[in-house]
Ligand binder design. Sequence first.
Ligand code: ATP
Ligand code: MG
Length: 409
Amino acid sequence: MIVDDLHLVKDIVESCDYQRRHLFNAVIVALLSKAHAAGQRLAFSTDNAPPPLANRAHTWDICDFTPADYQAICSAYFDPAIARRLDFGEIHRFAPNLNAHQLRKASVWLSHELGADTARFIEYLTTHNLASNVEIEEVEPVDWNDLRGVDDVIEALEAKIALPLEDRVLAAELGLKPKRGVLLAGPPGTGKTTIGRALAHRLKSKFFLIDGTMIAGSANFYSSVNRVFEAAKRNAPAIVFIDDADVIFEGEHGERGLYRYLLTMLDGLESESAGRVCVMMTAMEASSLPAAILRSGRVELWLETRLPDEAARASIFRDKISCLPATIGAADVAVLAAASRGLTGADLKAAVEDGKLLFAHDKANGKQLKAPEQYFLAAIETIRRNRRTYTKKKRPQLTEALSIGFKAE
Ligand SMILES: Nc1ncnc2c1ncn2[C@@H]1O[C@H](COP(=O)(O)OP(=O)(O)OP(=O)(O)O)[C@@H](O)[C@H]1O
Ligand SMILES: [Mg+2]
């Protein structure tokens, strides 16, 4: 019997608020005893053996991959003729920490390339998502140019974040560094996470994410955060994106560990990799972040996403409605923009989706169709009503297990 990824089971057990300590070890001891009594053998795979295993089991460590390991793994996926052309020593020097998944991905891609050689392989590693802790396929594909009414924010991101990270030649020539600390603040639904998603797609292996899924009160939270920073430093220049930093800090329940840690990391970054790792935090309000971080001068760039003005609202409606069939797509966007003052980009997106459903309902039931904007106006009104109802209610207390990852749309 093989138990794969034992450390994941351990993480889950230890993140539960269970009173009895060492529960996990007790289960392992019981399991080992049972297997022993039955004359059976168990095989475990894990990144760190818990004490009962370390004491009783034979252990084999898988060491860091050498150039020969790279060669052996890659050769399984392409023609031996390609393998002979590649200099695995050089590939290993360029990226010494690749795992087998990453090597396989790169090899499968290379096997379809004409003229595959070492330079092409390294080019693939540079441009693809091989080091980041984000599975890029799972991040909704977006471009920050799709956001309306925040041109100044986008311009600053292009010039001060993307350019120094992307243009290696110019960055080396002029000694450009991305900003050390960036704060992206703005009301809910104004595009902060979308900017993170766009950055993830744009910067690929240079993008690292810390979000609520990592906090969850888990015992190994600091080691997870530390792993992210270490990986970012190894891949510098890189960006660590801390989404909903205010919620993460709030979840600290008065314990000041995380932001002290962050302050140290920000300082450590400056000395260790010459400030080439940028930490970008998002928050609904700048003032909800610990004052120590804001006052310390570590945040060098302040950006603000805001509610879209009338022109931006019209533009968002135009983007989303004009591609629909004329019976609904001919809605007058100026009327909708005027009627939706005070709504966020996320609200407008929801209004379009809801308006489409109302229209589809009438159409499917053979009802007389209304003027197209009527459907969207009705949806806008419902959103306003909901907002009035919900803002009256007390904000619920956030629980530690709150998940605010990229996948939660
Ligand atoms: N200015 C905008 N233009 C176009 N679409 C927008 C704009 N602002 C937000 N949206 C859309 O609204 C949705 C929600 O935005 P997003 O999740 O990025 O907001 P957020 O600022 O991270 O909110 P929160 O503070 O609640 O996490 C996304 O689908 C996004 O595309
Ligand atoms: Mg968000």
